[in-house]
Design a binder for this molecule. Structure first.
Ligand SMILES: *Cc1c(COP(=O)(O)O)cnc(C)c1O
Length: 476
């Protein structure tokens, strides 16, 4: 179809902003977006933590282009790594062959990962990294030397998020994303979310961790013979609304899964690569999972790539004579792509060269104190932070923690207002998420939090006005 241009002077190869806006609405079906009400925001270029639209307006990237940027946009070292790799080869399949860059990345990840997670399977996105972990865990029990073929089920968490392919949706727990697809999903044993903000009334604050571990232990002691693995987002459930698990919960889960002979899958797609202050979140509780899923920050936010790391015990279960069919029959065309591997290696080099992790405590503390200053604003129920992850939870009533109905899109409203103050954010329901690139400066953090402060204040004023107008109408 030959799409019309908006003005006769336009060139089809460089259409105007108006034309692109028009084509964007018509032709580009955006992820997790209600296209009937989509308002285009077209980013033409970026530099460091700044995004530029077609008019040259700049916005601070408050959520790392969806939790994946690490060292900033257009970092010369990362740009150069891709250019250098292009001079050799752009793509080599991983089906039965290899290339030096992907090999080096696999070895580097094995070296950096906790414990003996020495075997790296590459895919192209986080959902696939999870899908791979789930299939590996399942197949492992079917064919390891002392096989336990009854172990076919997974333990999952309410409101957990592991991606959008059907397997990863099955092990997820966000009702709104699952509802329509229910007939296509497999069943899991689902535990309540170990939330440290909304604690069940009968549980004492000091007892939250124990309470949830007892829950898991009861489940494992009854059903462990049927259970292949527990899958968890370590420390923080991202898409649930940046929900923090109690301290020592993760290490408790590791201990119980060992005791009951159940695998542990850690989905670090969001929390990996420095986000929580350590390279991997599991390291904060000295935990080594059996399978580790990585994505998002792996390439510094440059190219699609993910990885599933497995222990030698799992790897060994897949070795055998060809006719035994112990092969892992799974693979993605672009898995292990050398361009992506090159920029992933360069991302890891920058962690060392720029002392990225060493600089985090100062930034994290600054973020924490800025967040604390928001506590007194209207409708702020909770603020949470760890490393360079921050969250502001908006509630109707901070006393009772009564949430705003999700349909009211309060988080989105605050983010729309923050955009007018030069900061781009994307909320999770009523939770404002702060996840800037790890390269963010202290003054950029100031700007991000100031835009949120203004956004919340303006949202509260608008709400107050609406309330008074409504009561005027009902009481003429
Ligand atoms: C984003 C995310 C995924 C899915 O990754 P995609 O690359 O979007 O498929 C899986 N797990 C967690 C914890 C995530 O945050």
């Amino acid at each position: 179809m030959n799409r019309p241009l908006n003005s006769p002077t336009e060139d089809r190869c460089s259409p105007s902003a108006t034309t692109l806006t028009d084509w964007d609405r018509r032709h580009l079906w955006h992820a997790f977006t209600q296209m009937a009400e989509y308002e285009p925001l077209i980013i033409e270029r970026a530099e460091g933590c700044l995004l530029y639209d077609m008019e040259g307006n700049s916005y601070l990237d408050g959520v790392s282009s969806l939790w994946c940027n690490v060292h900033g946009h257009r970092h010369p070292h990362l740009d150069q790594a891709i250019i250098d790799q292009l001079a050799d080869v752009a793509h080599v399949t991983s089906l039965g062959m290899s290339n030096p860059t992907s090999i080096r990345l696999a070895a580097k990840l094995a070296e950096l990962a906790p414990g003996q997670l020495n075997h790296v399977f590459f895919s192209s996105d986080g959902s696939s990294a999870v899908e791979v972990a789930v299939k590996m865990a399942f197949q492992y029990w079917q064919q390891r030397a002392d096989a336990k073929p009854a172990k076919q089920h997974f333990v999952t968490f309410t409101d957990s998020y592991h991606g959008d392919t059907l397997g990863s949706v099955s092990v997820g727990g966000i009702a709104r994303y699952q509802a329509i697809f229910q007939p296509l999903l497999f069943q899991t044993f689902r535990l309540p979310i170990p939330d440290t903000y909304r604690i069940p009334a009968e549980v004492a604050v000091a007892d939250v961790c124990e309470h949830h571990l007892r829950h898991l232990e009861a489940l494992l002691s009854e059903h462990h013979e049927k259970i292949a693995a527990v899958i968890i987002e370590p420390l923080i459930q991202g898409a649930a609304g940046i929900v923090f698990h109690p301290e020592h919960y993760l290490s408790g889960v590791r201990e119980l899964t060992r005791r009951y002979d159940v695998l542990l899958i850690a989905d670090e797609v969001a929390v990996g690569f420095g986000r929580t202050g350590t390279l991997f979140a599991c390291q904060q509780e000295s935990v080594t999972p059996d399978l580790l899923c990585l994505g998002k920050g792996l390439t510094g936010g440059y190219l699609p790539m993910s990885a599933t790391l497995a222990t030698g015990d799992i790897w060994n279960a897949f070795l055998g004579e060809y006719e035994e069919s112990k092969t892992f029959y799974h693979g993605h065309t672009y898995g292990g792509n050398p361009l992506a591997a090159a920029v992933a290696l360069a991302t890891l080099e920058l962690f060392e060269q720029q002392q990225t992790l060493q600089q985090l405590p100062e930034k994290s503390e600054h973020l924490g104190s800025l967040l604390n200053s928001l506590r007194s604003l209207p409708h702020v129920g909770d603020v949470r932070h760890k490393g360079l992850i921050g969250a502001v939870e908006l509630v109707r009533d901070p006393e009772t923690k009564e949430p705003f109905p999700w349909e009211e899109q309060r988080g989105a409203e605050v983010c729309r207002l923050a955009l007018q103050h030069g900061v781009w954010l994307r909320p999770l329901g009523n939770v404002i998420v702060i996840m800037p690139p790890l390269s963010v400066t202290l003054s950029e953090l100031d700007q991000i939090l100031e835009a949120i402060r203004l956004g919340i204040t303006e949202m509260a004023e608008i709400t107050a006005n609406q309330v008074s107008t409504t009561s005027d109408q009902s009481n003429p």
